[in-house]
Design a protein. Structure first.
Length: 133
């Protein structure tokens, strides 16, 4: 049986630790009790650092992780920062840094919220027979 709970990504960020330490520690306790992490899609830069922190926790604790859309983009950023040691790695959508590890696709409309999404049906194949997904 799977149990799901929701943690606000912003609650995992350093600003929350400073402004509301109880909320910050409760969010981390909840995350640390998880058997896996799913970071869904979303828009904008709010909560990005919290998402990246949750992904880093999942990777370093060998917990199952599934990133969907923005969640997978955050996983690429996390890996570039903490494994490849590109400390300023980010997405061109959020930061025009030196190490843009996620770039917008030119055929989309980046000036419109959601305009960078790939539209249409896509087939996803999970190749692991022992996955709980």
């Amino acid at each position: 049986m799977l149990h799901f709970f929701f943690v606000h990504a912003t609650d995992l960020e350093a600003n929350t630790q400073k402004d509301d330490p109880v909320k910050y520690h409760e969010a981390w306790q909840q995350l640390c009790s998880a058997h896996g992490v799913l970071v869904p899609g979303g828009f904008g830069s709010r909560g990005i650092e919290g998402k990246i922190a949750a992904i880093e926790w999942a990777r370093t604790q060998s917990k199952p992780f599934l990133g969907i859309c923005l969640g997978l983009q955050c996983a690429v950023i996390e890996f570039a920062r903490h494994v490849l040691l590109y400390k300023d790695a980010n997405s061109s959508e959020f930061d025009k840094c030196e190490h843009q590890v996620v770039v917008e696709m030119p055929e989309h409309n980046p000036g419109v919220m959601g305009g960078t999404m790939r539209l249409g049906r896509r087939t996803t194949h999970f190749v692991s027979d022992d996955s709980i997904v």
